[in-house]
Design a protein around this ligand. Sequence first.
Ligand code: ZN
Length: 271
Amino acid sequence: MKYATSLYYGGNLVNAIQCKHQDFLKIIPMCPECKEPVFLRQASKTASACWCHFKGSKSDIALCELRVNSYSDNKRKRLANTARNQLLALLRKHFWKVWHSEPNKIKTHELNEANLLTNHKSEWKTELYKIMWWHHINHAENSKQMLEFYINHYLVETRNFTDGMKGEDNVLRDLEKCYQESTLLHRHYQQNVVSVVFDFLSTAKTREITCAMYLLAIHSANTMDAFNLGDNGILDLNLLKTNKDVRFKLTENVLISLTVAPWWDMLREVI
Ligand SMILES: [Zn+2]
């Protein structure tokens, strides 16, 4: 049959002809109807690639195949929507847990939060949040295009991407991992998850989370000497207010960290 549900990709359907052997080893495919595990039969000279139930399956295989092969566009859209809503529900409940579950991030983020959330005066934070939330919402469309660009182009050409990022060890490691896993199918679902995460970060309800991401980005930028921070290590908010390049640089840091984060692995940690 044409489609399997991928547990790894949060219940999204995967078309057999788009799935490489390398993908198959990680996506945990199931029959969308009976939920039994299935395997990928590679394309041959006479037949396209397809998903098959295992021998000895207790399901009515013919019925499963008939149903799955006749999925309409609407049915597939409905299933994609269900997967998206499940993903949003997970993010709403566990965003920080998911974000921190990435092993490379834990150390820096513990440091970030301990330093940033306690060292900065609350007026500073309130002002930062005001500036960056305004910027975030007003440039959301632009940011979405940038995310797509990063995923489509840079994950394929990791070497080019990492050239300007010396010293950012966590990001480099994430990029390396993304690059190794970067099959066409993986990029498609990475784009899918990043787009859902971005939408999640662009609603009024998630303002605090989104602004905290900018706060953390200042810290990672700090290690890159990208900003002229004062002696106290605090970003001059007047600079942020008056200089849009600084705001965009900060946004870029957030977007890059969203692009390269191994979301599906991280999400699996909390499911
Ligand atoms: Zn089945």
